[in-house]
Design a protein. Structure first.
Length: 298
């Protein structure tokens, strides 16, 4: 297949490109900086004054939209929140413009999303059938992002949006920051320790995205391992894999002072199940946390 990716130079994008190339697909990466793109993919400039990426994308089978300012970059100041929100809206608007301009439309648009759309809870279990939407900044951003991407259905294109859990990888994403205290021998429970961590190995993320292209998945699909952990258990497992102690608690107020509103990413959480993927026959390579962390730190 011919598959276009926006945000292809990011954490998930690079892993996804590797997988697609290994599977024999022709990958197009839309980026402002084509120098960052590996030789395995075809670079296409976009979001510049004179760029017309649609001229090079006729005949693509699918497009995967991962573009947007990382939520992990710095504190969530008013300016940073605007950048996080606007980057997702602007890039998705450009994806829609490209799709409208193509004479031969791709069959599917897979759009990134996040489980942060669900309200934080210590006792609720969320599936794709859950209609509850959070009222915080991240939930509103994700909800608006999904709504915008869904406009591609008006062009006769199937739309699916992968609601990512906390993506685990050795050098990028949330895990390096979470592992740092343990490596310094000061790791321990965060907040009450009862908040949920719906995690997922980055390899399962990229396999799920390809799976969604190849199968008839519409709308939301949760991209989180089937065995979520409460923060206490997650921390103990991480400490075991790193061969470090687990004893020094980190109070919620300290994290809120250090990270501001962004602290909700580790102080709060959602218990999410990937029902759509499982019912369609997707098999997680890393369904269990101990297996995932052992692979990452092998």
């Amino acid at each position: 297949m011919k598959i276009a990716i926006t945000g292809g130079t990011g954490f998930v994008g690079r892993e996804l490109t590797k997988l697609l190339v290994q599977k024999g697909h022709h990958v197009f990466i839309l980026s402002r900086s084509i120098n960052k793109i590996s030789n395995d993919a075809t670079p296409i400039v976009w979001l510049t004054e004179n760029s017309q990426p649609e001229k090079e994308l006729e005949g693509i089978d699918a497009i995967i939209n991962l573009a947007g300012e990382s939520i992990n970059n710095g504190r969530w100041t008013k300016e940073q929140k605007k950048k996080i929100y606007d980057s997702r809206m602007k890039t998705t608007d450009e994806v829609l413009r490209i799709l409208k301009a193509l004479k031969n439309k791709p069959k599917v648009l897979i759009n990134a999303s996040a489980i942060g759309i669900y309200p934080a809870s210590e006792d609720k279990l969320y599936t794709e059938q859950s209609t509850s939407i959070g009222t915080d900044f991240l939930a509103k951003t994700v909800h608006h992002w999904e709504q915008k991407a869904n406009l591609a259905e008006q062009l006769g294109i199937r739309v699916a949006y992968g609601r990512f859990g906390i993506i685990l990888g050795k050098n990028e994403g949330a895990l390096p920051l979470m592992a740092l205290p343990y490596k310094m021998f000061i790791g321990g429970p965060i907040g009450s320790g009862q908040n949920w961590m719906s995690w997922v190995h980055v390899h399962d993320v990229v396999n799920a995205l390809l799976f969604a292209i190849e199968h008839d998945i519409h709308g939301a699909f949760n991209v989180a391992a089937p065995h979520a952990k409460r923060m206490n258990e997650f921390g103990k497992t991480l400490a075991t894999v790193l061969k470090r102690p687990y004893y020094l608690p980190v109070p919620s107020f300290a994290l809120k002072l250090a990270l501001g509103e962004k602290s909700q990413l580790v102080v709060e959480g959602q218990h999410v199940q990937p029902i759509v993927l499982l019912e369609n026959g997707f098999i997680f390579e890393f369904p269990n946390l101990i297996k995932a962390l052992n692979d990452i730190y092998k």
